[in-house]
Design a protein around this ligand. Structure first.
Ligand SMILES: [Zn+2]
Length: 477
């Protein structure tokens, strides 16, 4: 059949740059460096007023999204119930489990996205997904404006951490279905003037080649998961005889969690900057150069720290779960999204002068927590203890089993740098330190370097596993 050179009437292709009023966007969400002389320095009252206005607009949009009509309708919430930000706590939160329920309608146009390809005006869209451990990954769709706001925030965060034009930034995150690498590239390229070097995970660019590139091209910043950044440093030092401190890397941009900052900074001779973000929203909070907790970008997000059971706000300094509300999203607005990430609000004011509130750290995922003989244990907290022991590579995996009597037992396999005699000492010392830190006995097994990668996927994937649940009665994680 011959192909017609002219498309049928009524067919149009939407244009990316025509779909956004950039001047208006940049006034509303100032990119760096302008942001730091404007929104960044607002007083708490001014910030609250700005949030209130954006929140009400975000609510109008959310009421058009079928997921919220269903979720809020089931809880009896009505449009008139929410008149200002003061009513935020009246909105029923949701978690990833609620999103999954909407998965089967018409994939990938999930009911939480609120875009109907059969009825809506065409607009250029991007699809990225969650990490997805079982079954199909969870799709997320972004409109041009949603994406630009996320990119502006990436640019602000990097500027704050010292990135300047013509710096080379190596991004050791995969460019695939998940958002991490793709989003980093967009933000760096569009809003910093620095140049992204997309080496990806160890499966895409072998670790030794990553180091050769970093050295040859004089990379200034390294973005990646802390475990992989540590692995890179150790491979450079112990296998290539290159002292990572000699490479001139100034900053390591990671989701630090509870990994040990001091040993990572010492290994590379570089500052570690902690960052918090997610697939649905991009970067939500990041440390300034004072490293006194991660400032939330409050012109784009409301971040609550709430009790995991009652979802009531936790006092400053007390741990709770992060509940996020976006103030800018058209596709899949997030209104009181319970991230299940455990964190706390940081007390006092930061020396940088910004009043944007801060969170201390992400201590773990509340749904990754294991109850071991009555004690709550985060695998991440175990990693923190392990990475402080210089005899280890910092690599570990937690194996959860049930003994013959049905009692839960955890064994932590830890990689040691030196083979032989040190193993028994490492096992003993770490068992004592873990008991002190966690309040429960955990068996420690020292294994050779590289041995836990088969469980964690360290050199293959960005989604590193730290907990393997081998109890018969439980479904696999
Ligand atoms: Zn600060």
């Amino acid at each position: 059949m011959p192909v017609s050179p002219v498309p049928p009437a009524g067919t149009r292709s939407p244009r990316y740059y025509a779909s956004i009023d950039f001047d208006a966007l940049w006034r509303e969400f100032p990119p760096a460096p302008h942001f730091f002389q404007s929104t960044w320095m607002l007083s708490p009252d001014e910030l609250r007023a700005l949030q209130n206005e954006r929140f009400l607009r975000q609510m109008q949009r959310a009421w058009q999204v079928p997921f919220y009509q269903r979720h809020w309708g089931a809880h009896g919430l009505e449009v008139g119930d929410i008149r200002s930000l003061d009513d935020l706590s009246a909105i029923p939160p949701f978690s990833v489990h609620d999103l999954r329920e909407g998965m089967n309608a018409n994939p990938p146009w999930m009911d939480y996205i609120g875009i109907d390809p059969a009825a809506d005006e065409p607009v250029p869209l991007i699809l990225q997904t969650s990490g997805g451990t079982t079954g199909l990954p969870r799709p997320m769709i972004f409109t041009p404006r949603d994406r630009e706001v996320m990119n502006i925030i990436t640019g602000r965060r990097l500027y704050m951490q010292g990135v300047r034009p013509f710096d080379l930034i190596q991004v050791a995150l995969s460019m695939g279905l998940t958002n991490g690498g793709v989003l980093a590239r967009e933000g760096i390229w569009k809003y910093t003037g620095a140049v992204p070097v997309m080496t990806g995970s160890g499966a895409q660019t072998p670790t030794r080649r990553q180091i050769e590139i970093l050295k040859a091209w004089k990379v200034k910043f390294l973005v990646g998961f802390p475990a992989y950044v540590r692995h890179m440093g150790l491979v450079a030092r112990d296998e290539l005889n290159i002292d990572p401190r000699s490479l001139g890397v100034r900053g390591l941009i990671v989701h630090l969690g509870t990994e040990d900052r001091a040993s990572l900074e010492a290994l590379w001779g570089a500052d570690v900057f902690d960052t918090y973000g997610c697939n649905e929203c991009g970067t939500m909070a990041a440390e300034c150069h004072h490293k006194s907790g991660m400032h939330v970008f409050e012109d784009a997000f409301i971040l609550e720290v709430n009790d995991p059971d009652t979802l009531k706000p936790k006092p400053v300094g007390e741990k709770g779960v992060a509940v996020v509300t976006t103030l800018f999203k058209h596709a899949a607005p997030m209104i009181r999204y319970n991230m299940n990430d455990v964190t706390a609000l940081a007390p006092g004011e930061c020396a940088c002068g910004s009043r944007h509130k801060r969170i201390t750290a992400i201590y773990g995922r509340s749904d990754n927590m294991v109850k071991l003989r009555g004690v709550n244990v985060f695998p991440e907290a175990i990693g923190s203890v392990v990475s402080q022991d210089a005899r280890t590579t910092g690599e570990y995996v937690c194996l959860l089993d049930a003994d013959a009597g049905g009692r839960d037992e955890m064994t932590v396999q830890v990689e040691v740098l030196q083979a032989g005699g040190e193993r028994a000492a490492v096992e003993q010392n770490l068992a004592v330190r873990l008991k002190e830190a966690l309040g429960v006995s955990i068996k420690v097994e020292a294994v050779e370097r590289g041995a836990v990668a088969k469980f964690t996927g360290l050199t293959e994937t960005s989604k590193i596993k730290r907990l393997i649940d081998r109890r018969q009665s439980r479904s696999p994680r």
